[in-house]
Design a protein around this ligand. Structure first.
Ligand code: UD1
Ligand code: MG
Length: 459
C-alpha cells in the first residue's frame, strides 16, 4: 500500500522570551508541572498516535538552548532539532527548520509555537485535513477571538469575508486594531506553497524581522487559496509574560478538572484542586478542597483525599485515605485501606495494606507492614547529615507516640515500641521495647517547690 503523505510539524521556540523577565527560556516555564514545550510535544505525540499518516516533528531553537534540546529529546526522542542562529522572526525560524528537509508530493507543514502550550491534537488534525481535502488551499490559519485581543496579529478580511492578510499589532492602523479575530500562530501549509512563498517574505524595516504571517498575502500570487478557521481562544492563546503564564495555567486547570469530573472523580470545590499534567485519577475518588498534585501521582478507585493535602510522586491504592493536611513526597506508595492523617509527611516509603500513621509524623525511607500503626509524633530519623538510612516496620507492629526511630533500624512483626522511645537498635518480633529515660519520683518535692517559689513571686 502506498504511504500517505507525511505531515511535518515545526515548533518554533527560538525566541528570547524577554517579556518573561527570566533567566530561563520561555518554553521551559511550567504549566501543571510540565514545561510549556512539553505540552506542545505532547500534542505532537498524540497527533502522531491518532494519525494514519507519518508525522515528524522539528523543534527550532537558538544555539544556546542546549537544555531545552535535552528536555525535548528526553520527552520525545524522535524530535529533530534545528538551530536558528539569529532570531530574525517567525518566517526566518521556519526557514532554519526547512534547511535540511525534503518534501514529497502532497505533504503538509504545520507551524506551531512553543509558547502556545494548550494546543490540542484535534486542532492540528483539523487543519491538516482541511489542506488535504482542498486542492486549491495553500494555507490554513488557526484564528481565535480572545476576550482581550492584546497585541495579537489581526486577521483582515474584505467586505465579502474573504481572508486577505494578517497584520501584526505594531503595524496595524486603529481600524485594524479594532478587529477581534486574531492569529493564534498555528498555520498549516501545503509544503510546495510554503517553499514558494517563504523566500519571498521581506524583512520588516521596523525591526529587521521576517514575519511568517506575511505568507497570507503572498500565497494567492502562486494560485493558492488561504483560509482561516476559528478555535476557542482558551486553547490557543499565547504566553509572553508571567501574567499570561498564570492565565494559561488557569485555563489548563479548568480543562483538567472538567475531565476528572467527567471521568468519575468527585470534587467539592474543583476550582481549588490543582492537577499536574500526568495526574491519573481512577473512578470514584473523592477529593476535598485545596488539594495539590505534583508530577507522577496515581490515585486509584475509592480513595479519599482530604482537604489541604500536597501530593507528588505517589501511588494511592484503592480505599486509602489521605489527609487532611498530609504531604506525600516522591517514592510513596499508600496501600489499600491504609490511612495517612493530618500533618503527616511521607517520603520514599511504602505503607502496606491497612497500615496507619494518623497524626503528626515524618515517615521517610521506610517500609511499613500491613496493619502496622505509627503513633502521633513519630519521626523516622533517616538522615545522619551524610547519608539516608532505612527503617523497616513489620506487619502488625505498633509504634507508640512521640518515638524516634534512628535508622537503620527495624521493628519486627507484632512488636510494640513504647511511647517516647528513642530506638537505635532493632526490635525483635513480638517484643515490647521501651527506650526512654527511666522516671525519677521525689515524693513531696512539688509541694516544697510551690511553697518556696510562691514567696519569690512578684505580685
Ligand atoms: C506571534 C504572531 C502573531 C500571533 C501571536 C500568537 C508573527 C509575526 N506574529 O506574535 O501574529 O498573534 O504569535 O501568539 O508570527 N520565534 C522563533 N524565532 C524568532 C522569533 C520567534 O523561534 O526569530 C518563536 C518564539 O520562540 C515563539 C514564537 O516563535 O515561540 C512566536 O514568537 P513571539 O515573539 O512570541 O511572537 P508574538 O509576538 O507572540
Ligand atoms: Mg508569542
Amino acid at each position: 500500500m502506498p504511504q500517505k503523505p507525511k505531515t511535518h510539524l515545526i515548533i518554533l521556540a527560538a525566541g528570547n522570551g524577554t517579556r518573561m523577565a527570566s533567566e530561563h527560556p520561555k518554553v521551559m516555564h511550567k504549566i501543571a508541572s510540565l514545561p510549556m514545550l512539553g505540552h506542545v510535544l505532547k500534542a505532537a505525540q498524540s497527533l502522531s498516535d491518532q494519525s494514519t499518516s507519518l508525522i515528524d516533528t522539528t523543534l527550532v531553537l537558538a544555539p544556546a538552548m542546549k537544555k531545552v534540546a535535552e528536555f525535548a529529546q528526553n520527552y520525545l526522542p524522535s524530535v529533530r532539532i534545528a538551530y536558528q542562529t539569529k532570531q530574525l522572526g517567525t518566517a526566518h525560524a521556519v526557514s532554519s527548520a526547512l534547511q535540511d528537509m525534503t518534501f514529497d508530493d502532497g505533504e503538509t507543514v504545520v507551524v506551531l509555537f512553543g509558547d502556545t502550550p494548550l494546543i490540542q491534537a484535534t486542532t492540528l488534525s483539523k487543519v491538516t485535513a482541511l489542506l488535504k481535502n482542498n486542492a486549491k488551499t495553500g494555507v490554513v490559519v488557526v484564528g481565535m477571538t480572545p476576550q482581550d485581543p492584546k497585541a495579537y496579529g489581526r486577521l483582515v478580511c474584505d467586505n465579502a469575508g474573504r481572508f486577505l492578510k494578517i497584520i501584526e499589532f505594531k503595524h496595524a492602523s486603529d481600524a485594524e486594531k479594532s478587529i477581534s479575530f486574531c492569529n493564534s500562530g498555528v498555520m498549516a501549509f501545503k509544503a510546495d506553497c510554503l517553499q514558494k512563498v517563504l523566500p519571498k517574505i521581506k524583512e520588516q524595516s521596523l525591526n529587521g524581522e521576517y514575519y511568517l504571517t506575511d505568507a497570507i498575502e503572498l500565497a494567492p500570487s502562486y494560485h493558492f487559496e488561504v483560509h482561516a478557521i476559528e478555535v476557542p481562544a482558551e486553547e490557543v492563546e499565547g504566553v509572553n509574560t508571567r501574567v499570561e503564564l498564570a492565565q494559561a495555567e488557569k485555563r489548563y486547570q479548568t480543562r483538567r478538572r472538567q475531565e476528572a469530573l467527567m471521568l468519575g472523580c468527585t470534587m467539592i470545590a474543583p476550582e481549588t484542586v490543582y492537577f499536574a499534567h500526568d495526574t491519573v485519577i481512577d473512578s470514584d475518588v473523592m477529593i476535598e478542597p485545596n488539594v495539590f498534585f505534583g508530577p507522577q501521582v496515581h490515585v486509584k478507585s475509592h480513595v479519599t483525599l482530604k482537604a489541604f493535602s500536597h501530593i507528588e510522586g505517589a501511588v494511592l491504592e484503592e480505599n486509602a485515605t489521605v489527609g487532611p493536611f498530609a504531604r506525600l513526597r516522591p517514592g510513596t506508595i499508600i496501600g489499600e485501606n491504609a490511612r495517612i492523617g493530618n500533618f503527616v509527611e511521607v517520603k520514599n516509603t511504602t505503607f502496606a495494606e491497612g497500615a496507619k500513621a494518623n497524626h503528626l509524623s515524618y515517615v521517610g525511607d521506610a517500609t511499613v507492614g500491613a496493619k502496622a500503626n505509627i503513633g502521633a509524633g513519630t519521626i523516622m530519623c533517616n538522615y545522619d547529615g551524610y547519608q539516608k538510612h532505612k527503617t523497616t516496620i513489620e506487619e502488625g507492629a505498633f509504634i507508640g507516640s512521640n518515638s524516634c526511630l534512628v535508622a537503620p533500624v527495624s521493628v519486627g512483626k507484632n512488636a510494640i515500641v513504647g511511647a517516647g522511645s528513642i530506638l537505635t537498635k532493632n526490635v525483635a518480633k513480638d517484643a515490647l521495647a521501651v527506650a526512654r529515660a527511666p522516671r525519677k519520683t521525689f515524693e513531696g518535692k512539688a509541694k516544697k517547690m510551690h511553697d518556696l517559689k510562691s514567696k519569690e513571686k512578684v505580685a
